[in-house]
Design a protein around this ligand. Structure first.
Ligand SMILES: *Cc1c(COP(=O)(O)O)cnc(C)c1O
Length: 373
């Protein structure tokens, strides 16, 4: 196993998911990477100590790096990965972020701005002219596309071209799409971050994050933050995440097919005001998503009349789980505005559905009974 993934893999993503990150096939070697639980390693090698390196991280990073086309670094959580990337912004530098980014990212940025570490500016990422204008003088453009939970789609190639003119680094949070549906480094971005807690691991049983980049200096900076700040991934979580990733393509295929079907049925339901899903031909992000993605993902956001109607849906489901987070095999839903940190421009009646891999008719029957139709 090597941690340098700059050479493109000759294999398709499905094959990388299944076959990469495995030990050499010497007689009696296990087919899977062993779960190594260690703080110190015998001196003189590459790892030395569990905060500095781990063979389990390397296996996970090999797979994710090959999928995204860069070098990956595992972190303790998506937020630890986000934090390590923000650490690379020079003191006083400006960070441009989506007004509807994941609320943990917005909170972290606000806190950094409050104490004068960085300047934070938010934009509507679907407004390419606003994104382009905001890049002038900025150090970092933070993109999330599709955004969580508004599902706005940024024109990633256009944003990267604008940022490049101003010497501004571009980060894409690729948690919703996964590298199977969107490869931001190929679209011109410098860095990708993931909450691997979601689709990559896929079974709602761990918290993990990752950073991927082709930029050697950025990679080294982020790795130095991991070593010194110490927000390192647990070997067991990393091992479980890699086990989950072996079936990412199968899970995503089913979840996405279910999501497309449910989005159409919801859009036709009288209790639903509107549905955001980039796969719907009438969705504002449809054309862009079609141009830059290989699929529309499995998050669907119906908007109901008000908070009460949305809460009633979440309380009325039996098969769906009322829970936060997303990307697991099981379908979950929540009203995002129940969180105080959620921007007020997110409609109070918006429910974020994370569509899982159950049978679509069972999922629909449960939603329909909870909607009262
Ligand atoms: C969940 C999430 C994060 C944060 O990741 P954690 O693993 O929970 O720390 C960041 N970005 C997006 C888009 C997310 O959905």
């Amino acid at each position: 196993m090597t941690s340098d993934h700059t050479a493109p893999s000759p294999h398709s993503p499905d094959t990388i998911l299944v076959g990469s990150g495995r030990p050499p096939r010497t007689p009696d070697a296990p087919l899977n990477p062993p779960l190594v639980l260690a703080s110190p390693y015998a001196a003189g090698g590459e790892h030395e100590y569990g905060r500095l390196g781990s063979p389990v991280w390397e296996a996970f990073e090999e797979v994710l790096g090959a999928l995204e086309g860069g070098r990956a670094l595992a972190f303790a959580s998506g937020m630890a990965a986000v934090n390590a990337v923000l650490d690379a912004v020079p003191d006083g530098g400006t960070v441009v972020a989506p007004r509807h980014a994941y609320n943990g990212v917005l909170t972290l940025l606000d806190r950094a701005a409050e104490r004068g570490r960085v300047k934070a500016v938010t934009v509507d990422v679907a407004d390419s002219a606003a994104v382009r204008d905001a890049c002038a003088g900025a150090s970092l453009l933070w993109l999330e596309s599709p955004t969580n939970p508004a599902l706005e789609v940024a024109d990633i190639p256009a944003a990267c071209a604008a940022a490049r003119e101003h010497g501004c680094t571009v980060v894409v949070d690729n948690t919703f799409a996964t590298p199977l549906l969107q490869r931001p480094l190929d679209l011109g971005a410098d860095v990708v971050v993931h909450s691997a807690s979601k689709y990559l691991a896929g079974h709602s049983d761990l918290v993990l994050g990752a950073v991927v980049t082709r930029d050697g200096a950025l990679h080294d900076h982020v790795e130095a933050v991991r070593k010194t700040a110490g927000a390192i991934a647990g070997p067991f979580e990393t091992w479980l995440a890699l086990r989950g990733m072996r079936t990412l393509h199968l899970r995503m295929e089913r979840a996405q097919a279910n999501a497309a079907e449910l989005a159409e049925r919801l859009a036709a339901h009288p209790a639903v005001v509107r549905v955001r899903y980039p796969g719907l031909p009438g969705d504002p992000g449809h054309a862009r998503a079609t141009a830059q993605m290989d699929g529309y993902g499995a998050i669907v956001c119906p908007e109901l009349a008000d908070a009460d109607a949305a809460d009633a849906l979440c309380a009325g489901v039996r098969l769906w789980a009322h829970a936060t987070s997303l990307g697991g095999v099981e379908s979950t839903l929540e009203r995002r505005r129940r969180w105080s940190g959620e921007p007020e421009s997110i409609p109070a009646g918006l429910v974020r559905l994370s569509v899982g891999v159950e049978h679509v008719d069972d999922l629909w029957a449960d939603l329909a009974q909870a909607l009262g139709g």
